[in-house]
Design a binder for this molecule. Structure first.
Ligand SMILES: *Cc1c(COP(=O)(O)O)cnc(C)c1O
Ligand SMILES: [Zn+2]
Length: 427
């Protein structure tokens, strides 16, 4: 498979399917598709604008349902070429929507509780969805090196996608991440660089590298390819609704790092409504953070529109972004939909990881513990309605954050005899 090379960023030969242009989220200024992420007029973030006008609802629904069991079933709604399914890609998505009846009973939810389990993706986190989009954009713009600043999961997703697609990868992480995240990012053979600092320092470094000749020709999936990357999170919204029988959930609880995922889940739900694929009725979006990195929930509870940066200190390292780029948009969405943003302590995160594992057989990473813990807290506080259909996201795999549950282990150690088994009180 030849890598497409495109000389100019505004070259009309760039084929990203229904993506029509980049549009500024602040002032609406439009520019041609290219590896740019900030508005030249107001420095606001750019996002993909589409032309969906040609779609017939029923034909689109049939086309999606006949598509592959991965995110490319939604290719008509994503910034990717029509033949995307033929390209070397990890093809993530179409993860399980688990009806969590045991957890529902424990939490007193009667309206239906579901866990969207994204630990089932190729590198065991939701990040495979966003990287798959960024990879296609990188191909279209002629980049051959993939890079990113990462809190851990993104590094692994980029390394794996690059390996599969034949790109070089060079990714940057805080040097003190969990061993599971480091190994998972390194094993695919790309370059992995630890930075002495937290994620916000890593991100600042990458912004500098982009402007330097050393970073020329690099596709940073969450910086200069961010508008494309971000669209991958819409597939969570599409899948949840399709798996519910083309129905909107009433309530959805989403973890927040930069806030990108939450804002794009809302964008995906809005698109399904506009396209007529689901009935237009109210839904509420709730955001989840760890107390040790809770800039968005702090702002939400204080009634502020601005998010004041924090220095992260939590076991939920994948969510440890102290200065979240999409924070203000998350506040808007939580308030507009009648949702909320809440946080839980690290101890509550650990309890929630164990609760989900014990009730549903799902071993979540710390980010999943944050989301389940916040769900529990919002139910207790009467903020979430137990009589409504509720979807909780598990975005990562507990095998990558084993330290969080380090106290969990053997029930007993015995000699290989029945007597010893009885002595241990297990008979
Ligand atoms: C990156 C990540 C998120 C959320 O990321 P956003 O920056 O808010 O889009 C959630 N869960 C896990 C496990 C992640 O790695
Ligand atoms: Zn602008």
């Amino acid at each position: 498979m030849a890598v497409q090379t495109v000389a100019s960023t505004s070259d009309p030969a760039v084929d990203l399917g229904p993506a029509a242009a980049l549009s500024c989220r602040e002032c609406g200024h439009r520019v041609p598709l290219g590896p740019v992420f900030a508005c030249e007029e107001c420095f606001g973030p750019l996002e993909i604008a589409y032309d969906f006008s040609a779609y017939d609802t029923e034909e689109l629904r049939r086309r999606i349902e006949a598509g592959p069991a991965n995110i490319w079933r939604y290719a008509p709604l994503l910034p990717v070429p029509a033949d995307v399914a033929d390209k070397p890609n990890l093809n993530p998505g179409w993860t399980k929507l688990v009806k969590a009846d045991n957890l529902a009973r424990e939490l007193g939810v009667t309206g239906g509780l579901f866990v969207k389990d994204d630990s089932g993706n190729p590198t065991h986190s939701f990040k495979d969805r966003v990287v798959a989009q960024a990879l296609e954009a990188a191909r279209a713009f002629g980049f051959t090196t993939l890079s990113c600043s990462s809190t851990g999961n993104l590094a692994g997703a980029v390394g794996a996608a690059a390996a599969r697609a034949g790109f070089r990868s060079c990714v940057f992480i805080p040097h003190d991440l969990e061993q599971g995240k480091i190994v998972m990012a390194a094993v695919y053979g790309g370059e992995l660089v630890g930075i002495e600092g937290n994620y916000d320092d890593v991100n600042r470094f990458c912004s500098e590298l982009i402007g330097d000749p050393a970073g020329e020709g690099w596709g940073f999936v969450n910086v200069n390819l961010r508008p494309y990357y971000a669209e991958g999170s819409k597939t969570l919204a599409y899948e949840i609704c399709e798996q519910l029988g083309w129905r909107l959930p009433d309530q959805i609880v989403v973890p927040i790092a930069s806030g990108s995922q939450l804002t794009k889940i809302d964008k995906g739900l809005q698109e399904l409504i506009k396209l007529g694929l689901v009935e237009d009725r109210p839904y509420k979006i709730f955001g989840a953070q760890a107390e040790g990195c809770s800039p968005v929930s702090t702002a939400f509870k204080a009634g502020h529109d601005v998010v004041r940066p924090q220095k992260p200190n939590t076991i939920a390292k994948s969510l440890a972004i102290g200065n979240p780029a999409d924070g203000p948009y998350v506040l808007d969405i939580a308030r507009r939909t009648g949702g909320a943003v809440e946080d839980v302590t690290d101890a509550e995160v650990v309890d929630a990881i164990k609760l989900l594992a014990r009730t549903e057989g799902i071993f979540a990473e710390t980010a999943g513990g944050v989301t389940v813990g916040v769900t529990q807290k919002l139910l207790k506080d009467g903020v979430l309605d137990p009589a409504k259909t509720t979807v909780v996201l598990n975005t990562g795999d507990g095998l990558k954050t084993l330290d969080a549950v380090a106290g969990t282990g053997l029930t007993a150690t015995i000699r290989p005899t029945l007597d010893s088994f009885r002595e241990a009180g297990l008979a």
